[in-house]
Design a protein around this ligand. Structure first.
Ligand code: SF4
Ligand code: SF4
Length: 105
């Protein structure tokens, strides 16, 4: 699924080439998210920081500071973690999660 370094990387130093390759792979990984909001509780009791655009795209209002304790709209305390730490768990709507599908390939 993820591409190998291409000819355009050959002119770069090893360090530059690796940084570029790593950045592209990060983009590949992040593009798997469909922004459904399900992992943030969109289909049950959502995180208080979850925002859905009129187009139905989920956004985290505190994204840079998201990791750590937060509350749901109903007041339940939970800890937000990196999505890779959740891939071995389940949540309502996870059958549509692009990361789960990507990790299963
Ligand atoms: S804090 Fe975590 S659970 Fe809450 S909206 Fe942001 S990413 Fe989702
Ligand atoms: S459930 Fe998966 S696809 Fe949906 S917002 Fe969360 S990480 Fe993205």
């Amino acid at each position: 699924m993820f591409s190998a370094p291409g000819p355009e990387d050959a002119a770069l130093s090893d360090e530059q080439g690796y940084a570029r390759w790593l950045s592209a792979r990060q983009g590949d990984w992040e593009s798997l998210c469909r922004h459904c909001g399900a992992c943030c509780g969109a289909l049950e009791d959502p995180c208080q920081h979850l925002f859905m655009t009129p187009e139905g795209r989920s956004c985290c209002l505190v994204y840079p500071a998201r990791i750590g304790p937060h509350r749901t709209v109903a007041g339940k305390l939970f800890t937000c973690v990196h999505v890779r730490q959740k891939l071995g768990t389940s949540w309502p709507g996870d059958e549509h999660c692009g990361y789960k599908k990507g990790a299963a390939l």
